[in-house]
Ligand binder design. Structure first.
Ligand code: PMV
Length: 353
């Protein structure tokens, strides 16, 4: 008997212009557009195997070896349902195709990094789930079409379906049909940009992004200013900077947007704190590193950014890593550089908060 099974991986993406706030919580439609860099496959990724079999009694999901309940009407169930309905269209158009859309699926997903520690695990997870089902079902869908579905798993997951520099255009349609990810530039356009991940803490985060966003939308006046008056211009400017490979502008916008996202979190009632003292010390180090460069007639050399957790991601042209890694190791002596291969995207643990 034929075996219907597919395995794919999706990497983490880290936003430079942050998504924070939903205008529709069920469809996961954002209050602003966002833009991210997808990290390469070697370091932080989810790998997912999906298998369809008529003998299975129901859809089931295992995350890092532990079975998770698929709640009816929940995000995972929605993604599976949407993918089955795309498969059904293929079967309707081609009656010889096996009726995989009627078979239950077993999905097994594994992250090679800590889950829910502000390292965008849900982004990689839902992107890998959707892409493995797309492979299993041999769907002719484009990454942008698939992003409409992974978005309903976790908003930021829509951006992990592309490599390189990716925008999630918020769209205006009430049904979400124009809220999807598009490629701004492939990684090969600007391969010099590397990301150094500083794992400050791999504990699970205190306030989930879903709960945090909702509270921010309900209570933060600063969020309204950000949505209307800040993000649209930043999106335009950062896309231009990427296309022109203008690191100075890319870095300044990335840092400003990280700062504003955390300001919006602080403006939430009650306030949300995602960064800790070590996070703030890394900011101070990068600010000083850039200041010295600019004072000596150079340019901004590195950009920090923080998601909903204390871990730093430092974007920098590769040539600067040989200065930045020793700096981090000097000021955070507890840090262990546990990844010697700082090829595309290196990882340094800076625990010891
Ligand atoms: O997709 P979610 O619900 O995990 O939210 C992600 C939110 C941030 O990581 C803070 C920002 C972003 O754009 O990825």
């Amino acid at each position: 008997m034929a075996v219907y099974q597919a395995t794919t991986s999706a990497p983490v993406n880290i936003a430079c212009i942050k998504y924070w706030g939903k205008r529709d919580t069920k469809l996961i439609l954002p209050t602003n557009s966002s833009l991210s860099v997808t990290l390469d496959q070697d370091h932080l990724r989810s790998t997912t195997t999906s298998r369809a079999d008529p003998s299975f009694s129901k859809d089931r999901l295992w995350l890092n070896g532990k079975e998770e309940e698929i709640k009816e009407g929940g995000r995972t169930a929605t993604c599976i349902k949407e993918m089955k309905s795309l498969r059904k269209q293929v079967e309707d158009a081609n009656p010889n195709e096996p009726k995989l859309s009627t078979y239950p699926v077993h999905i097994c997903s594994r992250n090679n990094f800590p889950t829910a520690a502000g390292l965008a695990s849900s982004a990689a997870g839902f992107a890998a789930l959707v892409s493995s089902l797309a492979a299993l079902y041999a769907l002719p869908a484009s990454p942008s079409q698939l992003s409409l579905i992974s978005r309903q798993g976790s908003g930021s997951a829509c951006r992990s379906l592309f490599g390189g520099f990716v925008a999630w255009e918020m769209g205006t349609a009430a049904d979400g049909s124009d809220s999807y990810a598009v490629e701004v530039a492939p990684q090969s356009h600007w391969p010099e940009i590397h990301a150094l991940i500083c794992v400050v803490s791999d504990d699970k985060k205190g306030t989930s992004s879903t709960a945090g966003m909702q509270r921010t939308v309900e209570t933060s006046p600063l969020l309204q200013h950000r949505i209307k008056h800040v993000v649209p211009e930043r999106m335009k400017a950062i896309k231009e900077a990427i296309l022109a490979k203008d690191f100075d502008t890319f870095a300044k916008i990335t840092m400003q947007d990280s700062n504003q996202f955390h300001a919006v979190a602080l403006d939430t009632d009650p306030p949300i704190f995602y960064m800790n003292d070590v996070s703030r010390a890394i900011i101070a180090l990068i600010v000083e590193y850039n200041r010295l460069s600019v004072e000596n007639g150079g340019k901004v050399k590195a950009a920090y950014t923080y998601d909903a957790g204390p871990n730093a991601v430092i974007y920098t042209p590769k040539e600067n890593l040989k200065e930045i890694i020793p700096l981090i190791l000097k000021y955070f002596p507890q840090a262990e550089k546990y990844n010697d291969h700082l090829g595309l995207f290196g990882t340094a643990s800076v625990d010891g908060a």
